[in-house]
Design a protein around this ligand. Structure first.
Ligand SMILES: Cc1cc2nc3c(=O)[nH]c(=O)nc-3n(C[C@H](O)[C@H](O)[C@H](O)COP(=O)(O)O)c2cc1C
Length: 174
């Protein structure tokens, strides 16, 4: 039986288009998910990352199964969520597909001392133990149990909305 997808079902395609329109209005902080496997560092820009629970403290990240970090996350014991500041827009482009592989770490203040690379001047870096993962459609949802957190600087996150980068101006006005 042919699988029903947006390509084979015009109704689904229309709903996908409308969903994209709705999600363009969902303001999201930009993050970089990092992990390391066999001494090789991986980084991916992501907005589909969120709080999951405080009992236990945990976060979730939705990662496309085609992303180069995906097979790494399937095996990784640990990963980090680095929340970007407004000054990190270049890093988001870099880790969002413009640059490939470990060259993604050529810009930015990366701390490579721990088990996973951490962005030293990230708004916050959430260090997680990988605790569960589920497949859904094109993506996998990774659950990270929080082990440690670092914060840096004043609150000034890089925000992605309507396909563009911005900041939270209300915060800057005090
Ligand atoms: C602002 C922004 C947000 C993104 N959010 C996600 C996301 O939440 N999940 C995801 O799988 N890909 C997301 N991407 C796309 C990945 O960063 C991109 O597909 C990935 O870096 C591809 O690189 P690869 O060569 O490592 O496979 C986002 C990209 C950008 C620029």
């Amino acid at each position: 039986m042919t699988e029903v997808t947006a390509e084979t079902d015009p109704t689904l395609e229309a709903i996908a288009d409308k969903t994209k329109l709705a999600l363009r209005r969902l303001a999201k902080s930009v993050m970089i998910i990092t992990a390391r496997q066999d001494g090789v560092n991986y980084a991916m820009a992501a907005t589909a990352v969120d709080a999951l629970s405080m009992e236990p403290p945990s976060v979730l990240a939705c990662v496309n199964q085609n992303a180069s970090i995906h097979p790494v996350l399937l095996k990784a014991e640990r990963f980090a969520i680095n929340i970007l500041s407004r000054a990190h827009e270049d890093l988001s482009h870099h880790c969002g597909g413009r640059v490939k592989g470990e060259a993604r770490f050529e810009i930015g203040s990366w701390d490579h001392d721990g088990e996973v690379p951490v962005l030293a001047d990230a708004q916050a870096a959430i260090l997680c133990r990988s605790d569960a993962h589920f497949e859904y459609g094109t993506h996998s949802i990774f659950v990270g149990k929080v082990e440690d957190v670092r914060t840096h600087g004043v609150i000034d996150p890089l925000v992605y909305i309507d396909g563009r980068y911005t900041g939270v101006n209300a915060l800057m006005m005090g």
